[in-house]
Design a protein around this ligand. Structure first.
Ligand SMILES: Nc1ncnc2c1ncn2[C@@H]1O[C@H](COP(=O)(O)OP(=O)(O)OP(=O)(O)O)[C@@H](O)[C@H]1O
Length: 318
């Protein structure tokens, strides 16, 4: 028996002239949370829908719990829960009825009443899907995905549009699924969510995997030094003061700090790395150049830093 919950190898999916998935490979383990991250249009939903058996691949190999979702749908359906991005619930369906119906397709469903309570849907139990708030619709779709006690769940942007309370309830549920040995494959645009939940992160761009590993592996142990200041600092002179193999990146920073409108990010591969001497060189250079390095800090890169580095800062039009 394959140990992976999902194995995708060289997957290709085209829509007319658009190649949405361009030779994508990744593995999602059982009993773990795998997060697929990527900018809009990267190919996440296409990939997940092929794994769910909702779409056909043009080429490549997909195995879900060791089976081919294109051919073994009937065997997979009782074992796999799906929360589609579109909700997947008929507009007239009422929450309670819908969950009971979904539960009736499974041998040992979670009681619908328990899920309604757990996900804050008791007061909406008799409301038709189209009249529910966006957050209620999301939660009902999540409840329907897990009611059959699946071995594996696919959650496509499970917390998009949820308020902080509902997001936390969703995170708790995902953590519990994982604790009980369920494999979870989710997509998200929230890096904090991926950092918090995922054992494994797969970053996708233009239909290909550009990074794959645990959050720790992706953010590695490399640190960076940041400070805020006005635009136009002489970074060439700063670099000249620092050891070779050092880089300075300059990004616009958020409003309201009063410190200037640029964040300066310094990384180094020099032996000794970002140690006390390196820091002293930076502050000495700042003093000599009349620069107050506001918010000067040494910190580890976040998943968002890595994500933006790999996928760029430009807005995607798709
Ligand atoms: N049914 C379709 N017909 C034509 N093009 C499609 C179809 N579905 C997706 N695409 C295109 O395929 C590409 C990948 O889309 P996909 O939805 O898989 O990306 P995504 O990473 O899930 O994006 P998002 O984060 O915005 O949900 C996009 O360019 C999209 O416009």
């Amino acid at each position: 028996m394959s140990t992976a919950a999902v194995e995708v190898t060289d997957l290709v999916k085209r829509y007319g002239d658009t190649t949405a998935v361009a030779g994508l490979s990744f593995t999602a383990p059982r009993g773990a949370v795998t997060a697929l991250l990527g900018p809009n249009g990267a190919g996440k939903t296409s990939t997940i829908e092929i794994c769910e058996g909702f779409r056909r691949a043009d080429s490549g190999r997909v195995r879900v719990l060791g089976l081919d979702p294109a051919a073994d749908g009937a065997r997979l359906r009782p074992r796999v829960g799906v929360m589609p991005q579109s909700g997947g619930v008929p507009t007239g369906a009422r929450a309670g009825e819908w969950l009971r119906l979904m539960g009736s397709f499974h041998a040992h469903p979670v009681p619908a009443s328990l899920l309604l309570e757990r996900l804050g849907l008791v007061s909406a139990a008799s409301t038709p899907f189209r009249r529910m708030s966006g957050g209620q619709q999301q939660r009902l779709s999540l409840a329907a995905a897990v009611i059959g006690r699946p071995e594996l769940v696919f959650l496509d942007e499970p917390t998009a549009g949820l308020d902080p309370q509902a997001r936390r309830a969703t995170w708790d549920l995902v953590a519990e699924l994982r604790e009980s040995g369920v494999g979870v494959v989710l997509t998200t645009h929230h890096m904090e969510e991926a950092e918090r939940l995922a054992d494994r992160v797969v970053i996708i761009d233009h239909g290909r995997v550009v990074a794959d590993g645990s959050t720790d592996e992706l953010t590695d142990t490399r640190q960076e030094l940041r400070f805020e200041s006005a635009a136009g600092l002489d970074t060439a002179s700063l670099l000249a003061a620092l050891p070779a193999a050092t880089r300075v990146d300059v990004h616009p920073c958020g409003p309201g700090t009063g410190a200037g409108d640029r964040t300066y990010v310094i990384e180094t591969d020099a032996p000794g790395g970002l140690g006390p001497e390196f820091l002293a060189t930076v502050t000495t250079w700042c003093a000599a150049n009349g620069v107050l390095p506001a918010g000067l800090s040494v910190h580890r890169r976040t998943l968002e830093d890595v994500f933006l580095e790999l996928t760029g800062r430009d807005i995607r039009e798709s």
